[in-house]
Design a protein around this ligand. Sequence first.
Ligand SMILES: *Cc1c(COP(=O)(O)O)cnc(C)c1O
Length: 402
Amino acid sequence: MLNLDFHPTGRHFLQIPGPSPVPDRILRAMSLPTIDHRGPEFGALGLELLVKIKQIFKTENPVIIYPASGTGAWEAALVNTLSPGDQVLMFETGHFATLWQKMARRLGIEPEFLWLPGDQGWRQGVQADMIEARLKQDIDHEIKAVCVVHNETSTGVTSDIAAVRRAIDAAGHPALLMVDTISGLASADYRHDEWGVDVTISGSQKGLMLPPGISFNALSDKAVKTSKSARLPKSFWAWDEILEANKHGYWPYTPNTNLLYGLNESLDMLLGEGLEHVLARHQRWAAGVRAAVNAWGLEIQCQDPAVYSPVLTGVVMPDGVDADAVRKLIYERFDLSLGMGLGKAKGRMFRIGHLGDCNDLTLIATLGGCEAGMKLAGVPLEDSGVLAALDCFARHPLDANR
Ligand SMILES: *Cc1c(COP(=O)(O)O)cnc(C)c1O
């Protein structure tokens, strides 16, 4: 039931790692009238979008846009490239890697899940050396694809995809490389072509600052070629008809027109600011949030500083503290939404999103809500995280934090 007595003033703080806060400029763009999706105006929009989106993935190859959540684009990547019973190699970085693995199983694919012992897997990135060693054993090339999550949203770890590419090459293995960067795109550095990724999966509601509802597959020539002989059933997700219709800026079915207006606006904002600046801004916010967690004397979920996520930070609660109770208190008291611990991490930690339409002050307010809420919940804190973050931001000015 909706609680109609709850009328907070001011703005809600949506600091979960997706959906992220949507800029007013995008909401306004989306409020324009819905047009004929077969008319000339739409075709022109479609062509423009399909060109601009490639710059975000850093690819010269086609990017497919689906009217679906990220999960749909996960399925699309698998069903377009694989056949029943195919083996794929996946790596357990956290909840999202686990869900993708479950999906593969349900589709009749045989995923092999590599993992680190204990809870280590959920606190580290993908271990490329383990992938290399496994591929080297696969002399008959039974493994058809390596599937990894770039930014693991359940833990706040951004894995080194270039290292995974090098591992596949070092093993001399022909497997496709498929990467989920649903929450990494446009917030964490990502390079589809340079890293030799065959299928990149992404979504709208994280770094692209859009509402949920569209998702992407960026392709390689090899992926397109493989799709022609892949035998898993596919119709709605099939790349061939979409690529054909996209040549003229259209889709084989009704695309979600108003979300595409929003995407066009988002691309203009991101490319106008410059992707490098956007990425630097996220790195800086992440450093500020980590400074706060360190000052509180709490643990960061990610234990390898080389793979700290610029998108979100997982904050581990001391033993005996229920992270969900703390989150609930913060939500009710301060109208601030934080990400919950997912899967194995449930109740152990909460996640602070620092992506989308944020700025230094919205993050300071977010940290203020966390700090005040944890104090109210009786969580022992060493120092003020808010002051530590302010200090970090002051020491690392970003030229015109536009
Ligand atoms: C959000 C997310 C998903 C799921 O996307 P939906 O849009 O919820 O279907 C999958 N993987 C990662 C890494 C995500 O962050």
